[in-house]
Design a binder for this molecule. Structure first.
Ligand code: HEC
Length: 160
């Protein structure tokens, strides 16, 4: 009995190793990279303080802009797929490089969402925070971002 179990285990491990090796040959998703400066980018259409920009770039831009700084392990499958899914979904919801093309209503709802996502600790994603120490926002950084998002919202509201 023990012997049979061991054989089954060995096969499972062998299968996993082979599968892991094989998926490395599947072409990786296209990288999220764009050298052109978008005229719709967030800090072109708004005056954004450097301190805010710095936090957004370190903690949010990897998934919410047209340029991701890829870590070395992003070359390994299935990590490449996993990261790509976050980037595609993240950009779809909010892309700071396209922000200027959003309708005013959409911009308002995004500012609201930014404040609430940070307040609720939903963003940056916990898997990202785990691997990116610099993206773990301090209390002060959170407060800074939330206050800024809310005041930006008030600014758009008053521009009727
Ligand atoms: C690792 C990738 C990743 C990082 C980093 C990240 N996000 Fe996200 N974000 C996502 C994904 C994916 C979604 C889509 C919804 C979901 O899966 O929760 C999302 C959704 C959002 C939404 C919701 C939009 C809406 O209209 O409901 C907001 C707002 C947001 N993110 C803001 C931020 C901010 C602000 C930061 C930085 C402090 C940040 N995100 C960092 C991946 C990321």
């Amino acid at each position: 009995m023990n012997f049979i179990l061991k054989t089954i285990w060995k096969r499972i491990v062998l299968f996993a190793v082979i599968a892991f090796a094989l998926i490395q040959f599947i072409p990786k998703p296209k990288r999220n990279s764009d050298d052109t400066i978008s005229e719709a980018s967030f800090n072109t259409v708004y005056v954004v303080p450097d301190t805010i920009m710095h936090v957004l770039k370190t903690a949010c831009y990897d998934c919410h802009s047209n340029n991701t700084r890829y870590p070395w392990y992003s070359n390994i499958q299935p990590v490449a797929w996993y990261l790509n899914r976050h980037i595609v979904n993240g950009k779809e919801e909010l892309n700071f490089d396209e922000f200027g093309r959003y309708s005013r209503r959409r911009q308002q709802s995004k500012f609201k969402a930014i404040a609430s996502q940070i307040e609720d600790n939903e963003m940056p994603l916990s898997s990202y925070r785990l691997l990116h120490r610099e993206a773990r926002l301090t209390k002060d950084e959170k407060r800074l971002l939330i206050t800024w998002a809310k005041s930006s919202l008030d600014n758009i509201d008053s521009k009727k």
